[in-house]
Design a protein around this ligand. Structure first.
Ligand SMILES: [Zn+2]
Length: 92
């Protein structure tokens, strides 16, 4: 009883593998793991850009669906690209 309420409070359902499901019901796969990209190149603006919001902010992991490793590398790549002038810091 108390266990069921606790699961509900977390806001996501648990799959039969014991992993959390996305709100849409499927398990999202990390884009870079799927395409077997180990290192994210900051010069690859086209790839990086899709993980930016309209305000040129880095989107949270909840939205990007990336794994912890690649989200970390992505944020570093974006910050590097921003300094090099390839990506904007903000858009008004
Ligand atoms: Zn990944």
């Amino acid at each position: 009883m108390s266990e069921a309420r606790y699961t509900m409070g977390l806001g996501f359902r648990i799959s039969n593998l014991g992993l959390p499901l996305r709100s849409s019901g499927y398990m999202a796969e990390c884009y870079f793991c799927k395409n077997q990209i180990q290192e994210i190149n900051w010069k690859d603006v086209e790839t990086i850009q899709r993980f930016l919001s309209t305000g040129a902010k880095i989107q949270p992991r909840k939205k990007t669906g990336l794994c912890a490793k690649h989200q970390r590398k992505l944020s570093k790549a974006i910050k590097r690209a921003r300094i090099m002038g390839l990506l904007p810091f903000t858009t008004r």
